[in-house]
Design a protein around this ligand. Structure first.
Ligand code: PLP
Length: 397
């Protein structure tokens, strides 16, 4: 199969359409879908050479597959990483990126504002295998500094955070991690690769749930870990080969199609999120609104420094707690109630009773997730239709 040309000299939009394409002997325009488990060899000698890693080529689709490789190469070129491994889901990417390099006796520091399943991995799972964890308020740089120990191997954070959209200082936190010989792993789902490039901000590893904006049309699950050649070779290569959290070639093909339109969708959804945020911010039934693209965001200055634009998500608090929030959600005609995000369809979530219901009310309050909190994920509908829909729904709140 001919080697793909690098697209890194081009702008992100061009990389998203052409990056990593491998054409077979048929010269197909669209990326081919290789639904194959295995590969055949010309000779026993060739098979031996592949297994010994002396000759490049595919061996088994748990290890790699041409369609999956195209997805990985496109993401590598978009993100400016050296290497990547894709996974069946975003959680497989997070769990693998965190677990694979660690052993009993190591220590991990993470921001406590995490996606629910990420919090489970850090808080419940790691300690069962003898890996200590410390959770910090990610906004407080002193807490990261004080949590650092001689055996700290990884820092983990997401920014903007879910669902309160706080923005953490990635360059400063990376510097603290590196000063103690630890690596920084960033879950970049909420920012998307379009608005934030953690590797260029000092992070060592970036992970995505490709399920969100990368597919962006609610079709399939997927994840990816991007890092240096050394991290992938040393920590991910054998771990993934032998534990098998691999992506399906079919999902890689769907995600390649998603990448072609990623920049266009994210830009449109961000513009819509900004318009909805501005309309809701002045609404009398809303007590608090958080949008990283507004000048009243608590870390507005940091947003300007480390992100290229706001976000496709908006967080807001309806006056009157859970009952009022539920009345608003139930009255919406366009935005659908769902715990997903980054979809072409606008989605609304009530984090206290869904993604964050596992936390105690005190822990939720500490994270700023009040009983009236709603997370809105902007889709591709017309902004005015969404705003009018919110206006009628809030009347019923
Ligand atoms: C959805 C999500 C994940 C998990 O991804 P899945 O593809 O659902 O496994 C991890 N981190 C963040 C921030 C997410 O939004």
């Amino acid at each position: 199969m001919p080697e793909a040309k690098s697209t890194t000299r081009y702008r992100p939009e061009t990389r998203l359409v052409h990056g990593g394409t491998l054409r077979s002997q048929f010269g197909e325009t669209s990326e081919a879908l290789f639904l194959t488990q295995g590969y055949v060899y010309d000779s026993a000698e060739q098979c031996e050479a592949r297994f010994k890693g002396e000759e490049p080529g595919f061996i088994y689709s748990r290890y790699s597959n041409p369609t999956i490789e195209m997805f990985e190469r496109r993401m590598i070129q978009l993100e400016g990483a050296e290497a990547a491994r894709s996974t069946a889901t975003g959680m497989a990417a997070v769990a693998t990126a965190i677990l694979a390099p660690l052993r009993a006796g190591d220590h991990v520091v993470a921001s406590k504002a995490l996606f629910g399943s990420c919090l489970y991995v850090v808080q419940d799972l790691l300690p069962r295998y003898g890996i200590e964890t410390t959770l910090v308020d990610g906004l407080d740089l002193d807490q990261w500094q004080r949590a650092l120990r001689p055996n700290t191997k990884s820092f983990f954070l997401e920014s903007p955070t879910n669902p309160t959209l706080d923005v953490l200082d990635i360059p400063a936190i990376a510097e603290i991690a590196h000063s103690g010989g630890a690596r920084l792993i960033v879950d970049n789902v909420f920012a998307t690769p379009i608005w934030q490039s953690p590797l260029s901000l000092g992070a060592d590893v970036v992970v995505y749930s490709a399920t969100k904006h990368i597919d962006g049309q609610g079709r399939c699950l997927g994840g990816i870990i991007l890092a240096s050649e050394a991290f992938v070779a040393e920590h991910l290569h054998n771990f993934m080969r032998h534990t098998g959290p691999s992506m399906s070639p079919f999902n890689a093909w769907v995600l390649l199609k998603g990448l072609e339109t990623l920049a266009v969708r994210v830009r449109a959804q961000t513009e819509t999120a900004g318009k909805v945020a501005d309309a809701l911010a002045k609404h009398p039934k809303i007590s608090r609104l958080i949008y990283p693209g507004r000048s009243d965001h608590p870390q507005a200055e940091l947003v300007k420094r480390q992100m290229r634009a706001g976000s496709t998500l908006v967080g807001f608090e309806v006056k009157g707690g859970k009952q009022a929030a539920f009345r608003c959600l139930n009255a919406l005609q366009i935005s659908r109630i769902s715990n997903n995000l980054g979809d072409a369809k606008s989605l609304v979530t009530h984090p206290p009773t869904t993604t964050h219901q596992r936390l105690t009310p005190e822990a939720r309050a500490e994270l700023g997730i009040s009983e009236g909190f709603i997370r809105f994920s902007a889709g591709l509908e017309h902004a005015d239709d969404l705003i009018e829909d919110f206006a009628q729904a809030l009347e019923k709140a």
